[in-house]
Design a protein around this ligand. Structure first.
Ligand code: DUC
Ligand code: ZN
Ligand code: ZN
Ligand code: ZN
Length: 474
């Protein structure tokens, strides 16, 4: 047969167009796009009435990441990427966390060993820099950028992760000299510590005070400072998991000055609020993440940023901890104060359906903008474009087939992850990914896993296109 696989009768959506056409796949690549490719293929999938989208790229996920004594993340590379595939994703970018005193190469060994042979999607790593020694800054990190680890994250909070302003400047400077993209977690550490200690003195320790301890000003100040430091170094930065209007305004102000400041938001900031942390007993722990979900006004602002282009990427920040588990949300001291609840919520499978239903179906964004926000811009930002993030001849055959009319009530059992709950339980969704194809291999077909043999692979990355392209004002 001329093709390994033909997708027949569907509507292909890219960041630029929506076109009725068939897709021909050979050796893991898209090799033909035409009105009618016939049926001369080893396998034919009838996609009549369905949408054919570039597979989702989730550029912000945490898998198998050490999270403190007695705490275990709910997803490893097998369960996390399986869930990603069920949610219409073909590639994920988890973080490789450098622990204090560890070299980045040592840290990478752990993550590669965890990922090798266990991924249902393709995978690549961002580095988290927690211990920027002279050796790391001068040799190790620049060499790793050359090797295809072309993005790294820095933290402005967490005792074990946060960098001083001097260290932030030093790491950003490696971004500038290498062309890597620097991602920033922007929250003011001392302010969180001050508020947490005061709340604990007052006995206000329930999960909802996680949000009280990290108000908008904590994020706005750090976002402003991160952007100022980036301006001083003269380097592009990506502000990750942006939750509210004031932080968004800082990003807009930076862009209007001509700085390359990029922004990411996540489903929790579009559909959850801090009142979700008010659950009975400790149930609110299921919604503890940082920054916390905020209020309706913040949700509206994040939607505005999705619509007007302030946000270039929409990621899950999947960071799952089980609830009914001694190593999960309430371990080991989580019952005594919000301070001990591990920060993070699951969302790798629900990211795309939530934006599709709330964004595309409700008319807030076009299907093309959906593709840009969920796939193409991730590929451009993190050095994967045009191999990934589009449906074009020569690109990897990374494809999600969507039924745009299917209605689904989200329940945890649909997600196939390693967690034991979803923050989005009961949410009514219109539009669902039914088939996921990774480099030509059908991983999920009509909602069923095709094989228990993961075939995803590690992909070294080129430099970010966002770093080199001209500033785009929105
Ligand atoms: N930051 C993340 O990016 N994910 C989970 C927790 C955090 O603080
Ligand atoms: Zn290890
Ligand atoms: Zn973060
Ligand atoms: Zn994260």
């Amino acid at each position: 047969a001329e093709f390994d696989l033909i997708l027949r009768g569907g509507t292909v959506v890219t960041e630029a167009d929506t076109t009725r056409c068939d897709v021909g796949i050979r050796n893991g690549k898209i090799v033909a796009l035409a009105d009618d490719l016939g049926t001369a293929a080893a396998e034919v999938i009838d996609a009549t009435g369905k949408w054919i989208l570039p597979g989702g790229i989730d550029s912000h996920v945490h898998l198998s990441q050490p999270s403190g004594p007695g705490i275990k993340m709910a997803d490893d590379f097998e369960t996390g990427t399986r869930s990603a595939a069920f949610g219409g994703n073909t590639m994920v970018l988890p973080f490789c966390l450098q622990q204090k005193g560890q070299s980045l190469r040592e840290a990478l060994k752990h993550y590669h060993a965890e990922a090798d042979g266990r991924c249902y999607t393709d995978v690549s790593f961002h580095l988290i820099i927690s211990d920027p020694s002279e050796q790391l800054l001068g040799q190790e990190l620049p060499a790793l950028v050359q090797d295809g680890y072309t993005s790294f994250k820095v933290f402005m909070t967490y005792e074990d992760l946060r960098l001083s302003d001097l260290e932030l400047l030093q790491v950003m400077d490696v971004g500038r000299s290498t062309g890597a993209l620097v991602m920033v977690h922007a929250e003011n550490h001392d302010a969180i510590r001050f508020l947490t200690e005061r709340l604990e003195r007052e006995g206000r320790t329930a999960p909802r005070h996680h949000a009280t301890s990290r108000p908008i000003a904590v994020e706005r100040e750090a976002t402003h400072r991160a952007i100022s430091l980036a301006e001083i170094v003269d380097v592009p930065v990506m502000i990750v998991h942006v939750s509210n209007r004031e932080a968004i305004e800082e990003i807009r102000r930076g862009r209007q000055k001509g700085l390359k400041i990029f922004g990411e938001t996540c489903p929790q900031y579009l559909v959850l609020t801090e009142s979700d942390l008010d659950g009975l007993n400790m149930e609110g722990a299921k919604y503890v993440c940082s920054p916390p979900p905020r209020d309706q006004e913040s949700q509206d602002a994040c939607w505005q940023g999705i619509e007007d282009g302030t946000f270039d990427v929409y990621s899950s920040d999947h960071c799952p901890f089980r609830y009914e588990d001694a190593a999960g949300k309430l371990a080991p001291n989580g019952r005594t104060s919000f301070r001990w609840i591990p920060n993070g919520i699951p969302g790798i499978a629900t990211r795309l359906p939530i934006l599709f239903s709330e964004g595309v179906v409700k008319g807030r964004i076009s299907p093309q903008r959906f593709v840009a926000l969920t796939s193409t811009n991730h590929a451009r930002a993190y050095g994967l474009y045009p191999r990934k993030g589009t449906i074009a001849i020569g690109a990897d055959a990374d494809i999600a087939i969507w039924d745009p009319a299917r209605t689904v009530t989200i329940t945890h059992d649909l997600l196939h992850d390693g967690c034991d709950y979803t923050p989005y339980e009961g949410m009514e969704i219109t539009g669902w990914p039914i088939t996921t194809i990774v480099r030509g291999v059908t991983v999920v077909l009509d909602g069923e896993l095709v094989s228990n043999k993961p075939q995803g692979t590690y992909i070294p990355r080129e430099l970010s296109e966002f770093v080199s392209r001209p500033v785009m004002l929105s």
